[in-house]
Design a protein around this ligand. Structure first.
Ligand code: PAF
Length: 289
């Protein structure tokens, strides 16, 4: 496998970025943890249309995994990832070691306090602190003009947008649409954990989103009725155990009560065996469901 795109040293990455900047080129950045699928590639294609150069990072960030989570089993396919990044026109793959990102004795973290207390923050209490810390480091190392994050991890996207504003990073943070399998399941590296029965059961997430959107389209506006419709579909699916089903306002992530609007978003998380899957969609408007 041709590894000419790959840079592991921060100094080497900075020198390449400085050369591009001197030439007046704009840089887009897509951070990943590898094991790339079509969802990641669509973010890269989007990034490619916005800038002259595309930098992708592959780093399985230990600080965003809790002690009982899947860090050691997180799926990896470095050679496959490189081929995919090359196929969408990536210019550079940043593949740092743990020690490069977290120098020995590291004790500095970045934390967004409120947006991270709800939804995934409840069952994954250290997760977002790990994400915002590593993304800050990557932003400072790569210094892109634009960075793109998938809307499947919508809470992560709004948290990073908040952090970018609060810390005055001169970076435009954009969301990329969720890419789905033909039966509606949102693409995720963790879908690899599903056996055939659980893979079938996992369809309950997109089914719940579709049903709630259909009810909204048909005129239902009661936030509780809409939320309970989704809860009923996921909780009655054999093999799925609900973590949360919430209807929330998309920028503050406050719970919606009373009358729902089309921009309000339904957020779902469920355990299917050892996989914890998440999905979300707005009540109205186009969203690929
Ligand atoms: O979404 C992910 O893959 C990760 O949370 C990210 C943004 C690459 C940080 O490790």
């Amino acid at each position: 496998m041709d590894k000419s795109l790959v840079v592991s040293e921060i100094a080497e990455l900075r020198s390449q970025i400085a050369t591009w900047r001197k030439e007046g080129q704009r840089i887009a950045f897509v951070p990943t943890m590898g094991y790339l699928h079509e969802g990641h590639l669509s973010l890269m294609r989007q990034a490619r249309t916005l800038c002259d150069r595309l930098v992708v990072s592959i780093f399985v960030n230990p600080t965003q995994f809790g002690p009982n989570e899947d860090l050691s089993q997180y799926p990896r396919d470095f050679d496959g990832d490189l081929a995919k990044i090359r196929s969408v026109g990536g210019d550079l793959v940043f593949f740092p070691s743990n020690e490069a990102i977290y120098p020995p004795g590291a004790q500095t973290f970045v934390e967004v306090t409120e947006l991270t207390q709800v939804l995934c923050g409840v069952s994954r209490p250290v997760h977002f602190r790990g994400v915002t810390t590593v993304v800050s480091k990557l932003f400072l190392i790569v210094q892109p003009d634009v960075a793109i994050f998938g809307e499947k991890d919508f809470q992560q996207l709004v948290t990073i947008q908040r952090m970018t504003k609060d810390l005055h990073f001169p970076i435009e943070v954009l969301g990329g649409s969720i890419v789905r399998e033909s039966d509606g399941l949102a693409m995720s590296s963790r879908n690899a954990y599903l056996d055939p029965d659980l893979r079938m059961a996992a369809r309950c997430l997109s089914r719940a989103l579709r049903e709630v959107r259909a009810r909204f389209e048909a005129g239902e506006r009661d936030a509780k009725v809409l939320r309970d419709t989704a809860y009923e579909i996921v909780s009655s699916t054999s093999g799925a155990e609900v973590d949360y089903v919430d209807l929330r306002e998309p920028s503050t992530l406050q719970i919606v009560e009373g009358e729902a609007k089309e921009t309000d978003r339904l957020f779902l998380a469920a355990y299917l065996g050892r996989a914890r899957l998440i999905d979300n969609a707005p009540l109205g408007g186009a969203c690929g469901l």
